[in-house]
Design a protein. Structure first.
Length: 246
């Protein structure tokens, strides 16, 4: 069975400078796949290319079909959604209105089940239900991340692209966000997770890729990557001896 997302030999350049060099990866239905790596490794660029926000060379297949020439809006309508690193909420609009915008394509398609999805989002994020009339710009960092995730869920994604969901959040809030990410997998949503918090990412993911200077340095099941001495030393703050005892 083919993967939900298959990226083959992807190259992405800014002018003459190539930021992503021949990356190949796959995400199976209902799985969480993480891409970890240092700042400037090309992780965000990779997600932007998969979403169609940046031109690229190589092959991107989603749900068995090439999406290389498919516009961003159509990718969203097909169930491919991005939660960007900066969250990009509409600060002067209410929580409720930000959520409604996530269902824009469904409204255009006259989908009558949007209200049910909205109820599901409020059930998953009770804090958003409490603050539904509040302006998005007045939310805390954790609440903004919840709203960004909730807005993406309003589109009923099959595959969620998450760019640094833990960025700038306190450790307790990070644990809550990763718990929500794990619950999305349990509901059948596949996730491609870009994350600098390698420890949290590998704990929640099924499979991982390590991206360094725009190329895949190593890959494997998350548990195996966590035990890899080099990955442990570079990204988990462990020595080789530590990684062998985990």
């Amino acid at each position: 069975m083919s993967a939900l997302l298959e990226v083959s030999d992807l190259h992405v350049a800014y002018g003459k400078v190539e930021a992503v060099h021949g990356v190949s990866l796959a995400v199976e239905e209902g799985h969480i796949v993480t891409v970890i790596g240092p700042n400037g490794a090309g992780k965000t660029t990779l997600l932007a290319a998969i979403m169609g926000l940046l031109p690229s060379d190589g092959a991107i297949a989603y749900a068995g079909q090439s999406v290389g020439r498919v516009p961003v809006e159509q990718r969203v309508a097909q169930g491919l959604c991005l939660v960007p690193e900066r969250r990009e909420l509409f600060a002067t609009m209410s929580v409720a209105d930000n959520l409604e915008l996530g269902a824009f394509q469904r409204y255009r398609a006259r989908d009558r089940s949007v209200a049910r999805t909205r109820d599901d989002v409020y059930q998953r994020f009770p804090r958003l239900a409490e603050r539904r009339a509040q302006l998005a710009g007045t939310l805390s960092g954790g609440e903004r991340q919840m709203l960004a995730l909730g807005r993406a869920l309003m589109a009923q994604p099959r595959l969620l692209l998450l760019d640094e969901p833990s960025l700038g959040l306190a450790p307790l809030i990070v644990r809550g966000i990763f718990s929500i990410i794990a619950s999305l997998r349990a509901d059948g949503v596949a996730i491609l997770l870009i994350e600098q918090n390698a420890r949290a990412a590998l704990q929640v993911a099924d499979y991982g890729y390590v991206l360094e200077t725009g190329a895949v340095a190593t890959e494997g099941a998350s548990e195996a990557l966590s035990r890899d001495p080099r990955v442990a030393a570079t990204y988990l703050g462990q020595t080789a001896a530590d990684s062998r005892t985990h």
